[in-house]
Write a protein that binds this ligand. Structure first.
Ligand code: ACO
Length: 378
């Protein structure tokens, strides 16, 4: 059986085809937010009006998360990681070591939701609880798959340092924790991206915050959303040295490949998150050897992209400098997407709160393009 019309199939219902339709919802205004402003033309990213560069320089991830949740700027706000409920640990122990970290995180958040009382409407307390839980779950999975036992949270550490401690068993030095904290800040929030929109759709049905975050992680898992920092690492390894950069880039573009860490759907100017992370990467104590290579390759890539696409500005995006920061703090590349998801918890849950505060079921319409009304054969 097929859905596609055949010669003797009546044409689609005539009133449907002429209705406005934007594939991928591109350009459709599907909501209002006071959380984040992505200004692609001028290369600005604001959280509740504050510039991302200032938040990275003067804030911490818990302070930025609290800003997104409450609108209040309290630079001393703390949020240690939270213990893992026993039922969730049972789930994590049952997963094969080959499980992808994104699948493990999604499963852990779903199981966490099953252990909690999460009544409607969602609250800041619920947002704090899930944001504090997930780093412990990802760290526990990373240890379990390596044959190591999970580590209990250290309540004296703030969220990002606590995550690294639970991952490695050692308290990170302040510079390392600070670098990953900066990455978490720039990853917190980015408007109506696909995973955030998913979280809002789920919330709009009056479902709970754990379901919204579970769905958001599932959306972020897709390669069109989950980011490319590990591919940046691979690509720089292939370039090898700055002397080869010009030839390698030209050959890659001639093969129709894309340069990882360049271009963006919204930004036409230099991604402000890349600028903030480059500063952090350059100040890191344990810089990956190839950071200098990355800086030099970036110049060559920008020059060639400008030459090839004079009418379409293609600039560095956040992933290019996320790669050295994540490598520099000692994360394995297969943990990069799940770590990005941890950072995005602040934005997802802030959008859950914002959606719930002025809720209307999100239920768009669809143009029916199947056969017109007809009789069953025979
Ligand atoms: N390298 C080479 N050429 C590029 C790149 C790139 N990174 N990005 C865009 N182009 C070219 C395209 O080939 C296309 O050229 P054409 O018009 O001659 O066919 C033109 O620029 C426009 O490209 P689109 O695909 O229309 O741009 P879109 O806005 O859809 O793509 C995207 C945005 C997916 C990020 C793209 O720039 C890309 O693939 N970049 C590389 C992957 C990457 O870095 N992803 C991380 C993005 S940041 C994030 O998700 C958090």
């Amino acid at each position: 059986m097929t859905d596609s019309p055949t010669d003797d199939t009546p044409a689609a219902e005539p009133d449907q085809a002429s209705r406005p339709f934007s594939p991928g919802l591109a350009g459709v205004i599907a909501g209002e937010t006071s959380l984040g402003y992505v200004d692609g033309e001028r290369g600005r990213l604001l959280y509740r009006g504050y510039r991302i560069g200032d938040l990275v320089a003067r804030g911490t991830y818990p302070a930025v998360a609290n800003l997104l949740w409450t609108g209040e700027w309290d630079p001393g706000h703390r949020l240690p990681t939270a213990p893992i409920p026993p039922a969730v640990l049972t789930v994590l122990r049952a997963l094969p070591a080959t499980t992808k970290p994104m699948d493990a995180l999604r499963s852990a958040v779903s199981a966490w939701g099953a252990t909690q009382d999460l009544p409607w409407p969602p609250t800041v307390q619920q947002a704090r609880a899930i944001t504090a839980f997930s780093p412990s779950a990802l760290a526990a999975f990373a240890r379990l798959r390596a044959g190591q036992e999970p580590i209990e949270p250290d309540p004296s550490l703030d969220l990002v340092a606590g995550f690294l401690y639970q991952l490695t068993g050692a308290t990170p030095d302040p510079a390392t924790a600070r670098a990953l904290d900066a990455y978490f800040i720039v990853g917190s929030e980015h408007g109506f991206n696909a995973s955030t929109f998913t979280a809002r759709v789920i919330t709009s049905t009056r479902s709970d915050i754990a379901s919204a975050v579970t769905g958001a992680i599932g959306t972020m898992k897709g390669p069109l959303h989950g980011g490319a920092p590990s591919e940046v690492v691979d690509q720089l390894a292939k370039v090898g040295s700055v002397d080869h950069a010009d030839a390698w880039i030209r050959e890659a573009l001639a093969r129709g490949e894309r340069l990882m860490g360049f271009g963006h759907r919204v930004y036409r100017a230099y991604d402000p998150r890349a600028a903030a992370l480059r500063t952090v990467a350059e100040g890191m104590e344990h810089k990956p050897d190839w950071l200098q290579l990355a800086i030099e390759v970036e110049d060559v890539a920008l020059r060639i992209l400008a030459e090839k696409h004079p009418d379409r500005p293609l600039k560095t995006n956040v992933e290019f400098y996320a790669a050295p920061v994540l490598m520099g703090v000692g994360l394995s590349p297969d943990l990069f997407p799940a770590t990005f998801s941890l950072a995005r918890h602040a934005g997802w849950t802030a959008h859950v709160l914002e959606q719930a505060a002025d809720n209307r079921l999100i239920r768009p319409d669809v143009n029916y393009v199947g056969p017109a009304e007809r009789d069953l054969p025979g």
